[in-house]
Design a protein around this ligand. Sequence first.
Ligand SMILES: Nc1ncnc2c1ncn2[C@@H]1O[C@H](COP(=O)(O)OP(=O)(O)OP(=O)(O)O)[C@@H](O)[C@H]1O
Ligand SMILES: [Mg+2]
Length: 232
Amino acid sequence: MTTMLRVRNLAKTFTLHPQGGIRLPVLGGVNFEVAAGECLVLAGPSGAGKSTLLRTLYGNYRLQEGSVAIRHGDKMIELGNASPQSILSLRRTTVGYVSQFLRVIPRVATLDLVAEPLRARGVTATEANERAAEWLARLGLPARLWHLPPATFSGGEQQRVNIARSMIAEYPLLLLDEPTASLDADNRRIVVDLMNRARDAGAALVGIFHDADVRAAVGTRSYAVEPLREAA
Ligand SMILES: Nc1ncnc2c1ncn2[C@@H]1O[C@H](COP(=O)(O)OP(=O)(O)OP(=O)(O)O)[C@@H](O)[C@H]1O
Ligand SMILES: [Mg+2]
């Protein structure tokens, strides 16, 4: 099995500068690997650091301690040594991320937002827009909304835009932070089906799923993110 992601002894401490530099250790001793065709479920109570871990894997935070290696083509890229350019290159072709909340880009039409990851890879505007329309239709987003920016959409509509945008490029590694949290049962089933198809097609998934049914349907293994004990 091809290892897509390898995490070794990862630790993360937030330093709260506005609060006089208070240090808040969140993650420590995180170790796991994920292979193509697997879905690793990150388990652990609220506040344990699951979202922080996914954001770290996406390169949103500089790696402070430990190692994160991601397969990029036929090379393993070490996030700790990666330049901003190679992080962008990873995001363009290898790693997709569905955040817990959509970060709305003002004034960009939904269709363009979803087509953008394909455009960034050189797909023509016509083809990228056609595929974006297919994804939005698959996710049941009404066509009357496609030409509007998602800023005023409902939570579930925004989440589906988020999913379409993160899955359209069929990344080999997908990081999913509660992708079904604001969806109704029908949409949840559709998204579960899309995640299963991506995994069966050989993508490696790392996901946080609040819903036990979703966990059972998509997950192949789980990893417990343990809350760090309070320093005495
Ligand atoms: N940017 C930040 N600055 C300071 N502290 C942060 C920051 N982001 C997260 N934290 C803190 O890190 C801890 C872990 O947060 P995180 O969002 O990763 O938890 P989680 O496991 O995803 O929880 P949930 O299941 O509720 O989503 C929390 O105590 C949170 O307050
Ligand atoms: Mg979270």
